[in-house]
Design a protein around this ligand. Structure first.
Ligand code: ATP
Ligand code: MG
Length: 159
């Protein structure tokens, strides 16, 4: 049941100074950060990460958004971590994301507004969508030697 999942704090989250606040949410939930780094990806890497979206009409705006500055990439480990992290992140469109979720608490815009402006909807965080996606994304973003196994103080109470 223990799973690993990829989280990216996207350029809008980094540039708004939210690295600490967003990371704290995952730590407080008891998830373990087993890998972490800051990376400024190029267009070729963006196409690999968002391969499922490359042919979609909104892809050029998505590529511009994810390559506009560095992201903080982390691998989180925990029980049902893929599902738990998606729940904490909330729905893709901030307009629909309920308060209490990251996208609901730190953003508010709609697809309609982003489309009119010709930009990707800025929603602060990427999180792997399912277990298969998590497996592929972890391999794409991290080398084995960049992942660490250690005991956290609150594993006793959260796992
Ligand atoms: P992510 O993969 O970034 O965690 P997600 O899994 O919630 O987000 P996806 O469907 O994978 O959503 O879309 C990837 C990203 O593409 C979204 O986070 C958003 O920034 C952008 N996006 C998705 N759909 C649209 C759309 N219809 N118009 C504009 N941007 C979109
Ligand atoms: Mg996705």
């Amino acid at each position: 049941m223990k799973e690993q999942t990829l989280v990216l704090i996207k350029p809008d989250g980094v540039q708004r100074g939210l690295i600490g606040e967003l990371t704290t949410r995952f730590e407080k939930a008891g998830l373990t950060i087993i890998g972490m780094k800051m990376v400024w990806i190029d267009k070729a890497f963006a196409k690999k990460h968002y391969s499922a979206h490359v042919k979609k009409a909104f892809y050029p705006t998505l590529e511009a958004m994810i390559t506009e500055g560095p992201v903080v990439a982390m691998i989180l480990e925990g029980v049902h971590a893929v599902e738990q992290v998606r729940k904490m992140v909330g729905p893709t469109e901030p307009r629909k994301a309920p308060p209490g979720t990251i996208r609901g608490d730190y953003a508010h815009v709609s697809y309609e507004y982003a489309d009119k402006k010709g930009v990707a909807v800025k929603n602060l965080i990427h999180a792997s969508g399912n277990k298969a996606e998590a497996k592929d994304e972890i391999k794409l973003w991290f080398k084995k030697q960049e992942l660490h196994s250690y005991q956290t103080a609150h594993q006793k109470h959260t796992m």
